[in-house]
Design a protein. Structure first.
Length: 325
C-alpha cells in the first residue's frame, strides 16, 4: 500500500508528470506523444502536406486511402510503405495497392522530420498525420491523431490481397472485413464516405457496366443515366481512364457521397452494397439528416488508426519509410 501511495504522489508532482504519463502509455497511443522528444512534429508534417496538396489536391484521397490500406493489413504499422525485397514481395506490389499514390509525400514528410528529430518519429505516425492533414485541407474534419506507433518490418503481398476489401465486395464481405479490424457497421458506412473525394480507374468498376453476372449485362442497381455517362468515358477493357468518385465535388470533402449512394450513382459495387443492409441504410440517412458525417468520420478515423498498432519496444523507428533498418 505504501509503495502504491508513493507512486501516486510522485506522479502528481509536476516535474514527473511526463515521465509517469509515458510509463502509463507504454502499451498504447497518446496525444502529444512527441512533446518532449520531437516538439512541433505535427507542424512540420502539416507544412509538407500543404505544399503538396496546394499543387495536387487529388493526392488527399490517395493519402487517405494509403492510411486505410496500411491499417487493414497488419495494423497501422507503416508496412504498406515498405519496398519489395529480393526475398519477399511487399504489400505495395499487391493488385489492390499498385494504384496507390503519394509515397513521395510520406518520404518528404519523413525527411523533414528526420532533419529536426532523427530516429524519433515513426513512419506509421507520419502516415496517420499526413492522412488527417490532407483531408482537412480539402475542407474535411480535423481529428485527433494519438501517436506512439512503431514501424513494422514485415510486408507481404498476399496479405494485402486477402485482407483489403475489393471494390466488388458484397455487404457481408465488407462487414466481415471491418469486424475483423474491430470496426462496426457504422464505421463501415462512415469510412466509405471517404469516396466523396478522389478518382478511380475504369477497370475498378467496368464489370458493373459490361459484364456484371458474366453474361455481358449491366448491374441493374446502377442508375441508368449515370451508367450511360460512365460508358461514354469507360470502354470495355479500359484500364487507364480515370473517373471522379464524386462527380462535381471530388476535390471537396462533403456529404455528396451519401446522396449519390441513395441515388445509385456510385462507382463501386461495395458502395452500392450499403443499400442492401437495413442498418447501413439507417446510418446513411443519419449522415444526411443530422449532418453528423464530419464528427462521425473523425471518431471512426481515430478508431481505425488504433488497429493493431505496435508500441513500446515492438517494431522499430525506420530511418527511411521504404526500408527496414
Amino acid at each position: 500500500m505504501k509503495t502504491t501511495q508513493m507512486a501516486r504522489i510522485l506522479c502528481a508532482a509536476s516535474f514527473l508528470i511526463f515521465a509517469c504519463a509515458s510509463t502509463n502509455a507504454a502499451g498504447g497511443l497518446q496525444l502529444n506523444f512527441y512533446d518532449q522528444t520531437c516538439p512541433g512534429v505535427s507542424n512540420v508534417v502539416e507544412e509538407v502536406v500543404a505544399s503538396y496538396i496546394s499543387r495536387a489536391p487529388t493526392l488527399a484521397a490517395a493519402l487517405l486511402r494509403m492510411h486505410f490500406h496500411d491499417c487493414f493489413v497488419r495494423g497501422c504499422d507503416g508496412s504498406v510503405l515498405l519496398n519489395t525485397t529480393k526475398s519477399s514481395k511487399a504489400e505495395k506490389d499487391a493488385p489492390p495497392n499498385v494504384t496507390l499514390r503519394g509515397f513521395q509525400v510520406i518520404d518528404a514528410a519523413k525527411a523533414a522530420v528526420e532533419k529536426v528529430c532523427p530516429g524519433v518519429v515513426s513512419c506509421a505516425d507520419i502516415l496517420a498525420l499526413v492522412a488527417r492533414d490532407a483531408v482537412h485541407m480539402l475542407g474535411g474534419p480535423f481529428w485527433n491523431v494519438p501517436t506512439g506507433r512503431r514501424d513494422g518490418v514485415v510486408s507481404i503481398q498476399n496479405e494485402a490481397v486477402a485482407k483489403l476489401p475489393p471494390p466488388n465486395a458484397t455487404f457481408s464481405k465488407l462487414k466481415s472485413i471491418f469486424a475483423s479490424n474491430g470496426l462496426d457497421v457504422k464505421d463501415l458506412v462512415v469510412l466509405s464516405g471517404e469516396h466523396t473525394i478522389g478518382i478511380s480507374h475504369c477497370n475498378s468498376f467496368s464489370g458493373r457496366l459490361y459484364n456484371f453476372t458474366g453474361k455481358g449485362d449491366m448491374d441493374p442497381s446502377l442508375d441508368k443515366n449515370y451508367a450511360a455517362r460512365l460508358k461514354i468515358k469507360c470502354k470495355p477493357g479500359d484500364n487507364k481512364t480515370i473517373v471522379e468518385m464524386d462527380p462535381g465535388s471530388f476535390r471537396t470533402f462533403d456529404t455528396n457521397y451519401f446522396v449519390n449512394v441513395k441515388k445509385n450513382r456510385v462507382l463501386f459495387q461495395s458502395d452500392a452494397a450499403l443499400l442492401t443492409d437495413n442498418e447501413a441504410q439507417s446510418y446513411i440517412n443519419q449522415q444526411l439528416q443530422y449532418l453528423s458525417f464530419f464528427s462521425d468520420f473523425a471518431v471512426s478515423m481515430e478508431k481505425m488508426g488504433r488497429i493493431r498498432v505496435l508500441t513500446g519496444t515492438a517494431g522499430q523507428i525506420r530511418r527511411h519509410c521504404a526500408f527496414s533498418n
